[in-house]
Design a protein around this ligand. Structure first.
Ligand SMILES: C[S@@+](CC[C@H](N)C(=O)[O-])C[C@H]1O[C@@H](n2cnc3c(N)ncnc32)[C@H](O)[C@@H]1O
Length: 302
């Protein structure tokens, strides 16, 4: 980890640092290469989804069903059909990709920067017997000869400094008419991106790879890459409070096991991180949005 980082007047490392793919990997893996069992105990449920889930849907009152409700929403927005091919950029431990392949009859590729996540995902995919593969690869270095019907990210693009280039990459990987779905937190105004100690604690957990943006900026970048922006759907932050609250409950329930896995200091740091997230949501400076974009069908084929 070598780059010079810009800091603010209080000496805090700012958001929006540009790193090489290798440095992105080293930095994000400060977090994602922590033991798989730690994340499995914290996230819980059958799919170990590490992002906000949906609890306000009928029947979604436990971790597994809230994870599935969110993934069903993704599938609906992307209009997944059997036989289609999907790309999950930032696939975690493979739970979401496995679920979508199993339930919707699609095949998929997942990208992660973490070898431990890939190993866990490979195991899960083999157990489920679905048609999916996971690669340890930065999206900037991913190429494919076969087009995808859908490319999606779930709370991943915060790690991307070159978001406009990511959209261009997704565009090039999609068939004409294919869709891109991104779910992420957004500032309601750029002024809220100012760094303070609490937010710096969150950014440090992820190796200082944070790039939160206003929604308007993300929409503009999608258009500039050639996409039609078809839908913007907001998820109430109450859903994230419930998800993070569930993770905190899991941390209490599995305290001894978690401390033996990561040590008491990290255990405490992680709890502080989750509490800061909850407080940030209460301040209402962010929204959580799913943005569906489509690569237009070229005029000659329309
Ligand atoms: C917060 S986790 C989200 C996991 C999953 N989407 C979910 O909802 O459970 C972020 C994931 O993004 C991956 N990631 C971060 N930067 C990446 C990059 N540049 N290329 C590929 N994957 C990346 C991490 O390795 C990790 O798997």
């Amino acid at each position: 980890m070598s780059s010079a980082q810009h800091t603010n007047a209080n000496g805090l490392i700012e958001f929006y640092q540009e790193y090489s793919p290798e440095e992105d990997q080293d930095r994000t893996n400060v977090h994602y290469e922590m033991p798989v069992e730690f994340f499995y105990a914290v996230t819980g449920g059958k799919w170990n989804v590490y992002s906000c889930n949906l609890w306000d849907v009928a029947g979604a009152n436990d971790p597994t069903s809230s994870q599935e409700a969110k993934l069903d929403r993704f599938a609906h927005l992307m209009n997944l059909q059997p036989g289609q091919r999907i790309l999950d950029v930032g696939c975690g431990w493979g739970g979401p990709l496995t679920y979508l392949c199993q339930k919707y009859g699609v095949e998929g590729v997942g990208l992660t920067l973490s070898p431990k996540q890939k190993a866990a995902a490979d195991e899960r995919i083999a157990r489920a017997g679905v048609k999916a593969e996971v690669q340890v690869r930065h999206w900037e270095q991913y190429t494919d000869d076969r087009p995808f019907d859908a490319v999606y990210t779930d709370e991943v693009i915060v790690h991307f400094f070159h978001l406009g280039d990511f959209f261009k990459k997704a565009y090039s990987l999609l068939r004409d008419g294919g869709v891109m779905l991104n779910k992420e937190l957004h500032y309601v105004h750029p002024r809220y991106s100012e760094m303070n100690r609490a937010i710096s604690h969150i950014n440090e957990i992820y190796g200082f790879t944070g790039n939160y943006r206003p929604l308007a900026e993300e929409l503009r970048l999608a258009n500039e890459a050639g996409f039609d922006v078809k839908a913007v759907e907001q998820i109430p932050l109450s859903q994230y409070k419930k998800t993070a609250g569930n993770w905190l409950d899991n941390m209490d329930e599995h305290k001894d096991e978690l401390i033996s896995l990561v040590g008491e200091e990290y255990y405490k740091r992680f709890k502080v991180y989750l509490r800061i997230i909850m407080r940030t949501f209460a301040a209402e400076t962010m929204t959580l949005d799913m943005i569906l974009s489509q690569k237009p069908v070229s005029q000659s084929k329309a």
